[in-house]
Design a protein around this ligand. Sequence first.
Ligand SMILES: Cc1ncc(COP(=O)(O)O)c(C=O)c1O
Length: 479
Amino acid sequence: MIKLTESTPTAQPETCELEDLKNQDQQHVWHHLTPGAAAAKGVPMFVRGEGLQLWDSDGNQYLDASAGGVWVTNVGYGRREIADAMYQQLLELNYFAGSMASKPATRFATRLLEKMPGFSRVYYSSSGSEANEKAFKMVRQISQKHYQGKKHKILYRDRDYHGTTIATLSASGQNERRDHFGPFVPDFIAIPHCCEYRNQYPDAEHYGLRAAQALEDVILQEGPDTVGAVILEPITAGGGIITPPEGYWQHVSDICQRHNVLLIMDEVVCGLGRTGAWFGYQHFGIQPDIVTMAKGVASGYAAISCTVTSEHVYALLQESEEDTLGYFRDISTFGGCLAGQAAALANLEIIERENLVDNSARMGKRLLDGFRTLAEHYPMIGDVRGMGLFAGIELVEDKVTKVPVHERIPTAIAAECKQRGLLIGRTNRSMSGYNNILNFSPALIASEGDIDNIVRILDDAMAKVFNQHAAWASPNDKL
Ligand SMILES: Cc1ncc(COP(=O)(O)O)c(C=O)c1O
């Protein structure tokens, strides 16, 4: 741990080193998702974490309600048990390619599958994008082997995100994430989103059924014999914490079965307790064919992801005498890092032992109740959504017109929260016109006191920003 010094007449060695590091960072590190102008001013350097608390290099302390910025640190910071499990594994054996068996890969797969009835195979890789790429390759190979290459199209939903590689970006419905990176991979086809607050079918009697019907419309339009799979997030994360409308999932599942379309559930964010169930799909009584997961698998202690399949999918991808190349010929070099699987096992045991899935459900309810109380006071809170410790607040100019606020408002609120020692997330240059959503995903260990602090600090930050907005809302001088 770096010991931070108070300001002293002569600079301490640690302070000098930190200053050097900050300068070097500005010169050499290309930060993710960060415009050059912001990077040039310097971004915070976090140096230590414990539970939900983080400390930066200037000695400031924060309550992290973003799980490491991007929904990762499910069991919180500073877990010695996970570090020890990784250390022991690294000393015993750090690596061999995933074509061979290993103790940690076998142990974690066995424990994980206990939480996922109906699934039987775990394919390891090292990021959420990669886990989704594996799923896409499975679909394409199934199409080649069993449908003469015809059933190869993969549908994805507007506002969902599935990753940063060209193929997963081709399957992502967030235009500002995609802009400038085309051309994209052919035959990834969009279907409409299911955000009831932004209802596209005002005349429909039942929004959930109508939104699911939009999937079938696209399958029929493309031709069911050409559609191999649909990939969906159980609850859309970066696209604005979109909880599914009532009836949606059952209907989607029926449509997939009717047209022999594989259902790929992207649990990269929702998996491992985030939504108050082990996996998001388990809230809805459905059984997908493939489930991908990454962020909470080892809570950021190691880079590990999994593509989990049913035995049916596994059986479709086997060789035969006539088709010797017919098995899934794929590898992920770092899917063979054994410390990742050791970390994942320790992480799962912590979630189980500390009842963090239940805690996520209970504390998530408290968080949403707190936000709904704020919504009664602030006309600019249009919608509050979420499940478990996974919540979003959609900001609008007013509750009647629902015109989304400019993205500078959520940016200003997040900055005010940070000033007050709270880190929150927001839709960040994702969808034009809809970067108006604040998001919250504290570690699953959050206590009642943590939740109340999040709501209280947010309340203060909103009061300041909304007051400023009202004062500045003259035609010439708008925030
Ligand atoms: C739902 C979802 N899927 C996939 C990914 C991609 O994961 P990674 O950044 O680990 O490649 C993300 C990343 O935020 C995500 O939110």
